[in-house]
Design a binder for this molecule. Structure first.
Ligand SMILES: [Zn+2]
Length: 462
């Protein structure tokens, strides 16, 4: 695969053994403080109806953020920003878009549609240079190398249908605005991109932004040269959302510069068709485990018994829409990624798998061996010494049909070469349903997995 070798091989190789007996005793003392009653209390707030399913950028998500913020403050955790917040822009798709073609007003989606390689390119910019517009037929355009080498502001291309367009070819040409005049226009190709979904801007990374418009030829009254185009298009509303980031500084003056991340997404699916998706398991469970671990690491610090390295606690937003919070964080880290030595990500750890877990709880471990094998071995060793959980690697395969390796926030660390583990409790019938409620959670299992994450983070931070 394309992963870089971890930056911190030294961390995983130098210590052959993880804990001395004294260290085990201290770690155990704090692990025993993990309190399932407190975890239940956090979940009962996060998964309550008043938080309305915590959909990214909604009031409910902001309430959840305020609650996590309150907890971090109450425990006395340190912040790297104002109020533990990392706020960033997201874009919500809407249907308001107007295009003027030779002063003829065209409406979306019946008269025209649009598409882009980078969604953010659609943001209202009336930057069509009308003096330079040319019209060319698709067959001619395909062979014309001019557009490969020269930056062109706008071009009109006549086509039969959307399906005829070779998008890779278009992408390789340096044209900012492409207006396809379609003989056969089908609005259903375009409406599916504007259903209120959230999208994350990659504008900063796009070197060759292009905007593509598809215009229904039947709506154009004048068939002669089209020389006046005005775009009034703002199909994306800007919204704000926020990650919450707190840390417990390590006890060693040098090693405290190295950070281990414990992460969990706190957003969920919101309200659909009047039903609240409370997301008690997904991911009230993981967020609550994180809050509890933050409390305990901070307590150890207050007693000057915390490990040498620092622990960073991140609650991500935007996960359910496409890992947006962790993607943003990985592009704008508050601690340099070079000093970020591992990520332990907790997502859905609250449900008992009745088939497999008759006598012993298990946890799915995903990604531990992908970046650095020593990291994986060390994790196994820590688990063996400190946990009764059965580690299940069923989903730990790039090619597994569920593709879980790519489906939670650890992935945005892993793709940057940072050794990562995704702790997952298993699927169930209430997954992404309005019935994912607190009554169905197993707090003994949540506690057991929280303890494993605790010992792991502690062991790696020593
Ligand atoms: Zn989910």
């Amino acid at each position: 695969m394309f992963f870089k070798v971890g930056f911190v091989i030294g961390l995983f190789c130098t210590s052959n053994f993880i804990f001395t007996q004294g260290e085990i005793n201290v770690a155990k003392k704090y692990a025993s403080k993990i309190d399932s009653i407190k975890i239940r209390e956090y979940v009962s707030i996060l998964a309550s109806d008043s938080l309305e399913g915590r959909d990214t950028s909604t009031e409910g998500q902001k309430k959840a953020a305020a609650y996590i913020q309150k907890k971090f403050r109450e425990f006395g955790l340190d912040s790297l920003s104002t109020g533990y917040l990392q706020q960033f822009l997201l874009y919500k798709k809407n249907k308001s878009a107007i295009l003027y073609f030779n002063k003829l007003k065209l409406n979306f989606p019946e008269d025209f549609g649009f598409y882009g390689f980078y969604d953010s390119d659609f943001i209202a910019e009336n930057d069509v240079d009308n003096s330079l517009i040319k019209v060319v037929a698709w067959d001619k355009f395909k062979k014309d190398k001019f557009y490969l080498n020269n930056q062109v502001n706008s071009l009109i291309i006549t086509i039969n249908s959307y399906l005829e367009v070779d998008f890779n070819l278009i992408k390789s040409r340096k044209i900012k605005n492409v207006f396809f005049i379609c003989k056969f226009y089908n609005e259903s190709y375009f409406t599916k991109y504007t259903d209120g979904e959230l999208t994350f801007s990659t504008k900063a990374d796009s070197k060759n932004p292009q905007r593509l418009f598809f215009i229904n030829r039947k709506k154009l009254k004048e068939k002669k040269v089209l020389n006046s185009i005005q775009v009034k298009i703002n199909p994306l509303d800007e919204v704000l959302s926020e990650n919450l980031i707190a840390y417990v500084e390590g006890s060693d003056s040098l090693l405290k510069k190295e950070f281990l991340v414990i992460s969990a997404h706190y957003d969920h699916l919101g309200i659909k068709n009047g039903e609240i998706y409370n997301g008690a398991d997904d991911n009230g469970s993981g967020t609550s485990a994180l809050i509890e671990l933050a409390r305990i690491f901070q307590e150890a610090k207050m007693n000057n018994e915390n490990p040498k390295r620092s622990i960073l606690f991140i609650c991500f937003t935007g996960e359910e829409h496409g890992l947006f919070g962790s993607e943003y964080y990985s592009q704008h880290p508050l601690i340099s990624l070079k000093n970020t030595v591992a990520d332990f990500n907790i997502d859905m750890i609250g449900r008992k798998d009745s088939e497999k877990e008759k006598s012993q709880f298990s946890v799915y471990i995903i990604g531990s061996d992908k970046i650095n094998y020593q990291f994986h071995k060390k994790h196994e060793e820590i688990a063996k010494i400190n946990s009764n959980l059965r580690l299940d690697y069923k989903y730990n395969d790039f090619n597994d049909k569920e593709k879980l390796y790519y489906r939670s926030d650890h992935y945005n660390f892993a793709k940057n070469g940072i050794p990562s583990i995704f702790y997952f409790g298993g699927f169930h019938a209430d997954y992404h349903q309005p019935t994912d409620d607190i009554e169905k959670l197993n707090f003994t299992k949540i506690k057991a997995i929280s303890e494993l994450v605790f010992f792991t983070a502690w062991g790696f931070a020593l």
